[in-house]
Every structure is written in C-alpha cells, then in structure tokens.
Write a protein that binds this ligand. Structure first.
Ligand SMILES: NC(=O)c1ccc[n+]([C@@H]2O[C@H](COP(=O)([O-])OP(=O)(O)OC[C@H]3O[C@@H](n4cnc5c(N)ncnc54)[C@H](O)[C@@H]3O)[C@@H](O)[C@H]2O)c1
Length: 243
C-alpha cells in the first residue's frame, strides 16, 4: 500500500515543473492530486495522463474565492491531507531595476498566494484528521540572492510564515515545513540565458543543477507520515549552494 493511499494532495502551480513531478509520484504511491495553475492546457493534459486520481482546476493563487473552490474539488477526490504551495514567479531584477508593480506582483503570487492557501486548507485537513503543508521557498530565502530583490523578499517571507503557521497549526494536527531548492532545471530558469545559468551552476559546490525529481522526493517525504515529528523545519535541497 502506497504512502498516499486514501489521501488527496493539493498542488498549486502543478501544471508543469516541480509540481507536476510531485503529482506523478503521489499518484504512483496511491494518492489523489488536485492540480491548480493558470496554464490550463498543460494542467488538463497532465490530469488526463494521470487518470481518475487527478483533477485539474484553473486557479490563480491570488484569488481568495478560488482557494475555496480548489479545496472543495480536492475533497471530492478524498480526504485532503496535503498542500504544496508551489506556484511562483521569478522575474529577477536588482533593487534599482525593480519598480513597485513588479515587487507587488511577486508579493501577491509568491507570498499572499501561500498565505491564502494555508488558511484555506485548515478546516479540510482537520476533517481529514491531520495534514501536512509544504511551502516551496528557495535558497533565495536563506541568504542574499543577487539581482532578485522582489523574489528574495517573498521567499524569505515564506520561511517566516512557515514557522509562524507551524506553531499556530500544531494543536490542530497540521504540520508546516519549508523547502529551499537551489537551481533546478525547469522552465523557471529559462528567464536567464544559458551562459548566465552556467555561471550560477559553477557556484554550486556539487557543480550541477538539481532535478525536479530530487525536489519532489523531499516534498513527498514532508507530505507523508515519514516526517511525522517535523514541523517548522527549513530544508535546503541545493547541492550545497546555500553554504
Ligand atoms: N527552478 C528553480 O531553480 C527554483 C529554485 C528555487 C525555488 N523554486 C520554486 O519552485 C516552485 C516551482 O517552480 P518550478 O521550478 O517548477 O518552475 P515553473 O515555472 O515550471 O513552475 C511554476 C508554476 O507556477 C505557476 N504559476 C505562476 N503564477 C501563478 C499564479 N498566479 N497562480 C497559479 N499558478 C501560477 C506557473 O504557471 C507554473 O506552472 C516555485 O515556487 C519556485 O519559486 C524554483
């Protein structure tokens, strides 16, 4: 019997990249997934590929009412025991290049979206008996990150929000942890040129980028009962990049 048998996990931004790999692994371990994203074609195609254990719902994480719809759709698949706050944007600009609109856009998607998600799943997770929330931060939330002030602000915020929520939700049987990936080969990195990315990869002690599969395995550990005594933890998965 798989670790996720009888449980549903809601993955925001799950149409592609890390979230999509997490969905595949959860279904392979007997669970159900509710995928949300603004990329409808990719999300629908992934849900169709995964079969009856998966469903896709269009949802922009900044829309509060949409979170209630997503939770209902997840519960229709089975008891909601997991949330991955995975949706995010990365538009790297230095302090002097960043205008208020760009700063606010990062804040709304990466930070407010995570807040709304954590709040929305709590009653459903209580109904399910217990739950685990994984907030996808970044190494940009562990140290200063060059040329990405707005992104860094939100990823540091997720780290703090994770710890505050972990304390608030422990009495309700809900654990909250943050994951801090280094450079991971997904569409997100394509905002930089291959040459720029190569320079960044050379700064990683392990001299390579990570894969979405490597991050997904850690996320599944945190979602599962294998990590039953962990809450408020911040786990780097970065080839040593944050050292
Ligand atoms: N790739 C990396 O190097 C890296 C490193 C550290 C952290 N991360 C974080 O990992 C997470 C997943 O990113 P990824 O690497 O899979 O990249 P990705 O760009 O493939 O995935 C991000 C997903 O979020 C979705 N999204 C964006 N705005 C949204 C919104 N308003 N509402 C709903 N969905 C929205 C996108 O459509 C996309 O499917 C992100 O939070 C990202 O910040 C990525």
């Amino acid at each position: 019997m798989g670790r996720f048998q009888g449980s549903t996990v809601l993955i925001s931004g799950g149409a592609r990249g890390q979230g999509a790999v997490e969905a595949r692994l959860i279904v392979a371990e007997g669970g159900c997934v509710l995928l949300t994203d603004i990329l409808d074609a990719e999300g629908e195609a992934l849900a169709a590929e995964l079969g009856p254990a998966a469903r896709f719902l269009h949802h922009d994480v900044t829309e509060e009412a949409g979170w209630a719809r997503a939770v209902s759709a997840a519960e229709a698949l089975g008891p909601l025991r997991g949330l991955v706050n995975n949706a995010g944007i990365y538009i790297p600009k230095t302090l002097m290049e960043t205008d208020a609109a760009l700063f606010e856009r990062h804040t709304r998607i990466n930070q407010l979206g995570c807040f709304l998600g954590m709040q929305a799943v709590v009653p459903a997770m209580e109904r399910a008996g217990h739950g685990s929330i994984v907030n996808i931060s970044s190494t940009a939330g562990l140290r200063g990150s060059p040329g990405a002030i707005a992104y860094s602000a939100t990823k540091w915020a997720l780290r703090g929000m994770t710890k505050a929520a972990a304390i608030d939700l422990a009495p309700r049987g809900i654990r909250v942890n943050s994951v801090h990936p280094g450079p991971i080969d997904t569409e997100m990195l394509k905002i930089r040129t291959p040459e720029e990315n190569a320079v960044r990869t050379r700064l990683v002690p392990m001299q390579r980028n990570g894969t979405a599969e490597e991050v997904a395995k850690l996320v599944l550990f945190l979602l599962s009962e294998d990590s039953s005594y962990m809450t408020g933890a911040e786990l780097a998965i970065d080839g040593g990049a944050s050292l």
